[in-house]
Ligand binder design. Structure first.
Ligand code: SAM
Length: 257
């Protein structure tokens, strides 16, 4: 395919949504990792207010709901994802505590110091890590927690091919110490930081997509944009296997001062 270096931003969002609605997760992660991140969060009760920003179809939100008390709101920009999110909550009989709403993480409908926990797996990049940390802080109570996963470099230097890929996809990708410093600067105590295991990419994120690629191509036979999109996804998988020593997703958990 000749489009191997096309950026994901150049594809139509409806196409991206249609594709990602067919898989359980829209980003790397796993139930075990959601629970591990949650283990660093204290003091949640039945009265706690939790939000999951960029929740997608809610794979991680449902795990959160099954292991944490309180009311949980998932926020996502796309109606299709939110509809699937609410269907998933109903299927698990969580609809009284878990609700998905359409909204944008840069224009949240919350009051100051209203929330106990802000969660966001593989989604803060949409607003940018530093901006998200700074803007969302006002909505947290003092002592409230923020738990986000974010693409990060594992080394100070890396091969040009992968550096260029990420500079195009998400220029705010940075090393773990720099991300932790940004968290501290934004007014959080860095409580924990850990790297997601490779299996979160391979078994939980990429493997289920192999069947999804085929089904999507079949459904969109003859659609050039759909073919290019899948070629792009496959290229991303190849890059991951080639350069996984240099980058990955990292969970950052902080407590508001
Ligand atoms: N958290 C989910 C997961 O880990 O499976 C989804 C991660 S996916 C990589 C990023 C999500 O952010 C998508 O569901 C996308 O629709 C959502 N998103 C993008 N821009 C957004 C915005 N401005 N406000 C809220 N959600 C947004």
């Amino acid at each position: 395919m000749s489009n191997e270096n096309k950026s994901i931003h150049e594809f139509d969002v409806n196409l991206i949504c249609e594709y990602f609605a067919t898989v359980e997760r829209q980003g790397p992660g796993s139930p075990e990792i959601t629970m591990k991140a949650l283990s660093f969060v204290d003091n949640l009760t039945d009265k706690s207010r939790i939000v999951d920003l960029g929740c997608g179809t809610g794979g991680q939100t449902m795990v959160l709901a099954q292991h944490a008390p309180g009311q949980i709101t998932g926020v996502d920009l796309f109606t299709k994802f939110v509809d699937l999110f609410n269907a998933n909550a109903r299927k698990l009989n969580l609809q009284n505590r878990v609700k998905g709403i359409v909204g944008s993480m840069d224009d949240l409908p919350y009051q100051e110091e209203e929330l106990d926990l802000i969660w966001s797996e593989g989604a803060i990049y949409n607003i940018g890590f530093e901006r998200g940390l700074n803007e969302w802080r006002q909505f947290l109570k003092r002592g409230g927690y923020l738990a986000v996963s974010e693409a990060s470099w594992f080394t100070d230097e890396r091969p040009a091919e992968i550096d260029e890929f990420w500079q195009d996809a998400y220029p705010e990708i940075d090393t773990i110490p720099r991300k932790v410093a940004q968290m501290q600067q934004a007014g959080y105590v860095p409580v924990a930081t850990f790297i997601l295991p490779e299996s979160c990419w391979t078994e939980d994120f990429y493997s289920p997509q192999e069947a999804a690629h085929e089904a999507f191509l079949k459904k969109n036979a003859g659609n050039k944009a759909a073919e290019e999109f899948i070629a792009n996804q496959r290229h991303e998988v190849q890059l991951y296997h080639k350069y996984k020593d240099y980058y990955g997703y990292v969970f950052y958990i902080g407590r508001k001062l």
